[in-house]
Design a protein around this ligand. Sequence first.
Ligand code: GDD
Ligand code: MG
Length: 430
Amino acid sequence: MRIESPHRVERFGAVRLHGVQEVYEFDSGGAEAVDVPGAGPDSIRHIPMSGISEIKQQMAIVIPVKGERLKVLEGVLAAIPHDCLIVVVSNSDRRPVDRYQAEVDTVERFCRRVQRGAVIIHQRGAGVSAAFREAGMPQLIDTSGLIRSGKGEGLLVGTALAKLAGREFVGFIDADNFIPGAVFEYVQAFAASFYQATSPFSMVRISWHSKPTFEDGQLYFNRLGRASRLTNEFINLLISDYTGFGTELIVTGNSGEHALSTELAMRLSYAGGYAVEPNELINLLESYGGIQASPDSDVSRAGVDVYQVETRSPHLHEKGEDEHIRNMQLQALSVLYNSPICPPRVRKQVEAELQVGGQAELPEVPIYPRLDSIDWDIFSHVLTVRSQTLHQIERVVPTAIVLEKPIPELGDGDTTIELDAIRVEEQPAR
Ligand code: GDD
Ligand code: MG
């Protein structure tokens, strides 16, 4: 891959926020290909396929899914590079039709055909809920005793499984992406950025090249999604308030497609719902931005790199209703407004934005403790013993012709139990 070097950077304490980097070539030649000094601009860098390949072997891709079309999910699965571990976290209905079982069947069939492993789990399974509660994260559990619904909660579950599988990087890709080629490009970009990263604590956020819509019978290639426009504006306002310089640096405030080094993911406080992505940036600034005391001296020493990569493919997914988009914007504004580092001036601007939209107040968004605060032994034990929705799809290891579970230390859920029994226990509360 040939990609622009991250040459524009704003430092915020130990956090290095890199300006957006463009992708120039998806494939910039074989392992032996090198950039000839002086032959092209120094600001554009060739990342060898071998380097990208090494990172992909260490990466898990979490796919959150809630009632998406199976054909679309199949396209997404096909686009995840073979060496990445697929982790599907579902919050789909189990009644009247068991959509989760249909997703399990789809993932299993796919994995059998392409000889690879995967992990799939229902976010509101009783077992995984008990595992989080007993391992020390009861905040994740709602009044029905199960993990709360929400995309952020799904990503948190997926990150825990990626960590148990021993993957060094964890990426997130939505299940409703209509363009498998775009998904493939995102994962390549994740890997290329991690290859360039100098700190073990790094994050990559995708900025789409365009988001096409049909207007008056014609395709129109929008630059930004509806939710992102506002979230970016406010995160940039917060940054400007501290630096004293206006900035448009952040273009990925809502970036659903993003990836983290697992080391960094363990230290972040995830937000619930659709606030998860903006909150990652805010939480980094809270912890390592030099405004408050840092909770981790090793992170402060090494620094945190946040990369933003502009990919080439258009981003096309299921269109959200206006109310859904506003809800997403308000969740982002809520975590920003309630952050202890939000300056009074920015709070006032959020209040003005609420007035314009006619909203009385911001939604409450849960912020969960860091994942490294849970007891992993208890977590994997309870998950093994209690989970009925966890499926580990084994892959055939070519050299040994043996079957290998993605997470050897976890057993399987008891899949022999009657489906009706699972339905009763695992039925999400309404
Ligand atoms: N596990 C799980 N649990 N998955 C969920 C849940 C949930 O409660 N809610 C939604 N999902 C899945 C969806 O099925 C989809 O695959 C993905 O999470 C994103 O949800 P959408 O509802 O499709 O979000 P969106 O398309 O409006 O917004 C996307 O883009 C935004 C940036 O414009 C999301 O990725 C946002 O998080 C992102 O900020
Ligand atoms: Mg979507």
